[in-house]
Design a protein. Structure first.
Length: 400
């Protein structure tokens, strides 16, 4: 029986891990090169980062419609539509590069954002395809797909950026190949009875105001949002802070690579930790990891301070994001599933975007130490919220 359960877990979750890994590979590839292409093509060099900025816009605009589409037609068709946006994004950005048309290239990046909007739901699909006790592990496995992307995305960028006569053309053509591969992988997604019930059954929907009052929903949003806010704010500021301290781009790229590994490698055991100790304790551990980063950041600016600190930063994000996502899956019934997931991810992504702007402004105005100190009150809010949620769970006789 245990073997059958494990086999079903693998069959249901692995295609979703593959879909996530291929999407993130495309995303990291675009993040690596879009600014450089923008600088080459922009009629005004101040617009060079616009292709990256519109990805966030495309994602934010797509998240809620994607949830509604999947609620009506199912996860598999939703992921297929998202992958179609990724394929079109590759075609449009390549045309923009081929014809040296900046605005066509920008339009293609909007579609990358749309692809990202649909891809945010891979982890929820994984949680829905397994038994309740395996949800945290399923989410962890999907997030772990980022390890493949962290290695593959930059490698594809390096191998393809100088191919042919037109720089970067083959890099963005590769988005189409990645999309075709993603379509093949996600075609293996199987819907067991539990997943069909969650996606297809309407269930009694609650007013959104009632959902917002649930302690579990509040705790999930605070954990995920604070985890993202702190991680993005510090990660965005790190390369600039290192440059100010006299390090070069190769040094900062090494630090960021270690950070990305810190984000995704723990996914191999985060789900097991949640199963054993509960989401609340794992999230609290994530807050501790963030505090360890802050203590290292404030204690010096040696290369080791940056590297070790950013590793702890990645682990903290992993614990808080996977812990928050796990609590979210426990906070809704069938009828509330789509709106709960959509609002959670929309808010997290909005915070993600805002944090990147705060990082630059804070670093320019007050310096590296202040960027890190801004995280302290955010983490305090997260800790208080998680303890409040824990108390509410104990009062109701539920353990999380």
């Amino acid at each position: 029986m245990a073997t059958n359960t494990k086999g079903r877990f693998l069959v249901n979750v692995l295609p979703l891990v593959g879909g996530q890994a291929l999407f993130q590979t495309a995303g990291i590839l675009v993040t690596t090169l879009a600014g450089l292409v923008g600088f080459n093509l922009a009629p005004d060099k101040s617009l060079a980062t616009l292709p990256l900025a519109v990805i966030s816009v495309g994602t934010a605009v797509t998240l809620i419609p994607a949830a509604a589409f999947m609620k009506r037609y199912g996860r598999k068709k939703g992921f297929t539509l998202g992958i179609a946006f990724g394929f079109l994004a590759g075609a449009l950005t390549s045309l923009g590069i081929y014809y040296s048309d900046f605005w066509v290239f920008v339009s293609g990046n909007v579609l990358i954002g749309a692809y990202q909007g649909f891809s945010q739901y891979y982890r929820f699909a994984a949680a829905e395809s397994v038994e309740e006790q395996d949800r945290s592990k399923a989410i962890s496995w999907v997030v772990a797909g980022g390890i493949f992307a962290a290695l593959a995305g930059p490698s594809i960028a390096r191998l393809t950026k100088d191919l042919g006569e037109i720089p970067f053309l083959y890099s963005f053509l590769s988005l189409m190949a990645l999309s075709i591969l993603a379509l093949a992988v996600t075609s293996l997604i199987r819907h067991d009875s539990r997943q069909v019930a969650l996606v297809g059954a309407p269930g009694p929907a609650k007013p959104f105001s009632e959902i917002l009052k649930k302690p579990a929903f509040i705790a999930a949003i605070v954990s995920s949002s604070v985890g993202f806010a702190v991680m993005v704010m510090v990660m965005t500021a790190t390369p600039i802070a290192m440059k100010i301290c006299g390090y070069d781009a190769d040094d900062s790229s090494i630090v960021i690579q270690w950070h990305v590994l810190g984000m995704f490698v723990p996914s191999f055991f985060t789900g097991n930790l949640i199963q054993r100790f509960g989401a609340i304790k794992v999230i609290s551990g994530g807050i501790l990891m963030f505090l360890l980063h802050i203590s290292l950041a404030l204690s010096g600016t040696d290369f080791l301070h940056f590297t070790s600190g950013l590793i702890f930063l990645g682990i903290g994000w992993n614990f808080m994001f996977i812990g928050g996502s796990t609590i979210l899956t426990q906070s809704y019934t069938n009828g509330d599933q789509a709106k709960s997931q959509a609002f959670h991810d929309f808010l997290v992504y909005a915070v993600n975007t805002l944090s990147s702007f705060v990082a630059g402004a804070a670093l320019a105005s007050w310096g590296w130490n202040v960027v890190n100190l801004i995280a302290v009150p955010l983490l305090a809010v997260a800790f208080i919220t998680i303890q409040w949620y824990s108390i509410s769970q104990r009062k109701s006789g539920v353990v999380s």
